[in-house]
Design a binder for this molecule. Structure first.
Ligand code: ADP
Ligand code: MG
Length: 240
């Protein structure tokens, strides 16, 4: 820990990634840095590579070149297993399609990340027990008290989104990543959801990185950037 507190949340330099297919989409990031505690919105058109970038910085896919430093750790130097462990401990991820286990109880969906993340588990334990913490988050996100026993498949889209958010927040990961989490909601519900999310993010001082195509969200963030503005412009050599 110690020196890590002084490091950025995210620091990408010269990162190249190309999906493994003929003529596949490639992403080339010049510089991308996020300080701890920022609430950042990254804007880009549909298909511009926002989800790909999130997969890269959470280590779901590995770059072909460049340096990715997360919380002071060189993600690009870790093995696949170590990357998975690092992601589980340090990232809360709200996926665009939520990725809940449909037949799992809501409460089990929320507690799931703790199975792979001893530090997050310890923080949830210290906050009053893992199950209590899961219930507290569900309630803080505006869900009814008895929702924990329902299976995820029975929930509305708005409820699924809040359950996915509770799952991302449990155990207070340092970085919360959200992939267009409001895209399925109407405007009034978007606002409610963002207020609840920001309330929880502020409480744990987590860094928030949200990606979206919706520029109306910009007013809610401490910094807004365009994906286009962090792309490397070099045309000299495509990645091998
Ligand atoms: P966005 O999230 O901004 O809509 P994506 O990162 O999902 O954009 O996609 C960017 C490009 O990468 C698209 O052309 C898409 O088809 C391609 N892509 C995404 N996922 C894969 C994959 N698993 N395999 C191959 N190509 C992919
Ligand atoms: Mg996407």
């Amino acid at each position: 820990m110690n020196a890590e507190a002084a490091t950025d949340a995210v620091r990408l330099h010269g990162v190249e990634y190309k999906w493994r297919a003929r003529d596949a989409f490639g992403l080339s990031i010049g510089e991308f840095e996020v300080s701890r505690g920022e609430r950042l919105l990254l804007l880009g058109a549909s298909g511009s590579g926002k989800s790909t970038l999130l997969s890269l910085l959470t280590g779901l896919v590995s770059s072909q070149s460049g340096t990715l430093e997360i919380l002071g750790t060189r993600l690009d130097k870790l093995s696949g297993g170590a990357r998975d462990q690092f992601r589980a401990e340090h990232f809360g991820i709200i996926f665009q399609m939520f990725n809940l286990l449909p037949y799992g109880a809501v409460i089990d969906n929320v507690m799931l990340p703790l199975s792979f993340a001893p530090e997050r588990r310890a923080r949830a334990m210290a906050a009053g027990g893992t199950e209590n913490e899961a219930r507290r988050l569900l309630s803080a996100l505006g869900l009814p008290a008895d929702i924990g026993r329902q299976t995820a498949a029975t929930l509305s889209v708005g409820q699924q989104q809040r359950v996915a958010t509770a799952r991302a927040l449990i155990g207070s990961p340092e970085i919360v990543v959200a992939d267009e989490p409001t895209s399925a909601l109407d405007d009034g519900r978007q606002q409610d959801f963002l207020d609840l999310l920001f309330g929880q993010i502020d409480a744990t001082k987590a860094t928030l990185i949200m990606v979206s195509h919706d520029r109306r969200l910009a007013q809610h963030f401490t910094r807004v950037i365009e994906l286009n503005d962090i792309l490397a412009t070099s045309k000299s050599g495509a990645p091998a």
